[in-house]
Design a protein around this ligand. Structure first.
Ligand code: HEM
Length: 160
């Protein structure tokens, strides 16, 4: 059971964070370099919309498999202790993602992109994309850090 959870955890993380990196490294620069504002927003919105739904599923599977492993090992008792910094960090990044994907993305980002497309509000679209770009790089960085923390947890450095 533990090995199965571990494999599911790892494969889901690959799909999820790999997809995020693809959007950040390939799709966003493509959208940013598009001159026409409507095309710029549409290019990004189509990809983001599809990926966000998948990311929500990946987030739940990663969390569920992670928490099962946590209780199987009894490591839940170590959370928030000095000895389990990588484990706690990985869990906190997951919580951040949970809030982003289930709260902020559908309530704020999706609506903002729709308003941009309809032209309902005057917005500096280039400035918004600079912010989106920075936010995506930040999310890639903390997600890779969480993956590194996972490897430390799995391969013997649970206790610092
Ligand atoms: C952003 C979210 C997360 C990412 C990117 C992530 C990533 C990883 C990675 C890459 C590994 C190492 C696998 C290996 O080296 O074979 C791992 C292991 C692990 N993860 Fe996560 N994880 C996340 C969320 C969580 C959550 C929410 C929990 C539970 C609270 C969790 C619990 C674990 C445990 C217990 C291990 C160690 C398994 C072992 O010792 O074999 N993870 N994680």
């Amino acid at each position: 059971m533990f090995v199965l959870m571990h494999v599911i955890h790892l494969l889901t993380v690959i799909l999820w964070i790999g997809g995020l990196a693809f959007v950040t490294i390939i799709i966003l620069p493509m959208a940013i370099s598009t001159k026409d504002s409507l095309q710029k927003v549409l290019t990004f919105q189509r990809v983001e919309h599809r990926f966000a739904s998948l990311a929500r599923i990946f987030n739940v599977i990663t969390g569920a498999s992670g928490f099962v492993m946590l209780y199987q090992t009894g490591w839940h008792r170590l959370l928030f202790t000095r000895g389990a910094v990588p484990l706690t960090f990985m869990t906190m990044v997951w919580v951040f993602w949970f809030v982003m994907l289930w709260g902020l993305e559908p309530l704020v980002i999706k609506k903002m992109l729709e308003k941009m497309i309809k032209g309902e509000e005057k917005m500096d679209i280039d400035a918004v994309f600079i912010k989106l770009n920075r936010m995506h790089w930040f999310m890639v960085a903390i997600s890779l850090a969480a993956a590194a923390a996972g490897a430390l947890t799995a391969h013997g450095s649970l206790l610092f």
